[in-house]
Ligand binder design. Structure first.
Ligand SMILES: Cc1cc2nc3c(=O)[nH]c(=O)nc-3n(C[C@H](O)[C@H](O)[C@H](O)COP(=O)(O)OP(=O)(O)OC[C@H]3O[C@@H](n4cnc5c(N)ncnc54)[C@H](O)[C@@H]3O)c2cc1C
Length: 408
């Protein structure tokens, strides 16, 4: 049986970052990926904040577009445009992004095994964990590590087999790459479009993000699986003039952080731990941030032989100190927003016509930390009058969402 200090399962952004950092700390690391090609299949729109981009430190050629603002389509047909003054995010080539992260891990000494699927997590014995993996030929291989990191995405087999709690909710993301040759001229190539309302995406939102020349990544995220296809087709027909569909992508987006992400000899990170932002479903930045913490702690614990949960728990407390507040606020905001009727959504979006509020959002809006706007708003009592009429809507819907969950 081959032994490693750290085995990372899943070579997405969270796993590749964790493996890199663990190797940098001197650990012998194995990175396992079930697919034969890193970054494929693509299950992502590839919108990444500048902060996320800096954290990744990958080549600039991976940037496909610079994004300066957002057009928000309200359920009542109004369109609100925000930003436009400076670059606020990038659209990236997601498969090359993942490949680049993995290439760096390999340069630091990480052993990569592709086409190898983790199938059984063994018990924690004598400070070690075993893992059975299925090789590309179908054979089973036993591996052993002092610490295993489960970065195995939304379905996380490792989290399930370890009996760790799962993220609170899973949304379906349905996306296509569409040729935009027939798009109307008001669609800007440096803006993303967000569509709200039952017509476009029951319970969450739909989007159109400019990608490589003449194409857009167009998608819908919702928890109402029965409506996802109809919503996507409506968006494609009505907003993209039934432009040629070049490829489809789909995937699950878990949101609402798992209540525990550590057990003896095992950490879970990224989508496996529900670390994506509940307001947007974006999980590249948060996955890398938590992957960085996980890699460092896993390596240190493995090299000192302190692999019991009480030592690994430092990962849990450190990622929560950085993100938990934001993820929980995002989770509550998500709960409220999904309960709103289209009329109420349109009413809330009308706030974007208040110049001082727009200015505040444009100045402090942050796709990684959206709660910053609320914090800034609290510091400006003169603006409270503008938002006051929408507070009862949010409050009533929040109480309803809590009551619904309590009945479940
Ligand atoms: C349609 C859609 C659009 C999205 N758009 C954005 C966006 O614009 N911006 C953004 O920030 N986020 C976006 N996301 C979310 C983002 O893709 C994820 O949050 C992010 O990929 C999470 O990274 P991860 O490393 O945790 O997991 P993943 O990227 O899912 O990587 C997990 C890896 O583990 C591998 N794996 C799974 N099980 C096993 C196993 N048993 N053995 C071996 N390998 C295994 C998988 O093959 C995969 O490569 C989107 C998601 C979807 C579905």
């Amino acid at each position: 049986m081959k032994h490693y200090d750290v085995i990372v399962v899943g070579a997405g952004p969270a796993g590749a970052t964790a493996a890199t950092v663990a190797a940098r700390h001197g650990a012998r690391v194995l990175l396992l990926e079930e697919h034969t090609r890193i970054g494929r299949p693509i299950q992502c729109t590839g919108l990444l904040s500048i902060r996320g981009w800096r954290l990744a430190r990958v080549p600039e050629s991976i940037i496909v577009r610079e994004i300066k603002g957002v057009q928000v389509h309200s359920p009542d047909g109004s369109v609100y445009e925000l930003g436009g003054d400076r670059v606020r995010a990038y659209v990236i080539d997601r498969d090359r992004f993942d490949q680049s992260l993995v290439e760096r891990a390999i340069k630091l000494g990480v052993t990569l095994q592709t086409g190898m699927r983790a199938v059984t997590l063994g018990p924690y014995e004598k400070g070690k964990r075993t893992l059975i993996a299925r090789t590309p030929t179908g054979a089973r291989e036993s591996l052993q590590a002092s610490v295993i990191i489960g970065a195995d995405g939304p379905y996380s087999l490792l989290a399930q087999q370890a009996g760790l709690p799962r993220p609170k909710k899973v949304l379906l993301g349905l996306q296509a790459l569409i040729a935009t040759t027939h798009l109307s001229p008001e669609v800007r190539e440096d803006f993303v479009e967000v569509f709200l309302g039952r017509r476009w995406a029951a319970n969450f939102f739909a989007w159109s993000v400019p990608a490589a020349q003449g194409t857009a990544r167009v998608g819908v995220a919702t928890n109402l699986l029965s409506e996802a296809k109809a919503c996507f087709e409506r968006l494609w027909r009505e907003r993209h003039n039934s432009g040629e569909i070049l490829s489809y992508q789909s995937g699950m987006i878990p949101i609402g952080p798992a209540e525990r992400t550590v057990t003896d000899g095992l950490l879970i990170v990224g989508d496996a731990a529900g670390q994506a932002k509940p307001t947007s479903g974006g999980g590249i930045y948060t996955g890398m941030l938590c992957g960085k913490i996980a890699g460092g702690i896993a390596a240190r614990c493995a090299l000192t032989g302190k692999t019991h949960a009480q030592f690994l728990y430092e990962y849990e407390s450190r990622w929560r100190a950085k993100l938990e507040r934001e993820l929980l606020l995002g989770w509550h905001a998500h709960q409220v927003l999904t309960q709103l009727s289209d009329k109420q959504r349109a009413q809330v979006l009308k706030l974007l016509t208040v110049p001082a509020l727009r200015k505040l959002i444009e100045r402090f809006g942050d796709i990684d930390y959206p709660s910053r706007i609320a914090q800034e708003l609290l510091k400006r009592p003169r603006l409270w009058n503008a938002v006051w009429p929408t507070i009862p809507i949010g409050f009533v819907q929040y109480v309803k969402s809590v009551a619904t969950r309590a009945r479940m």
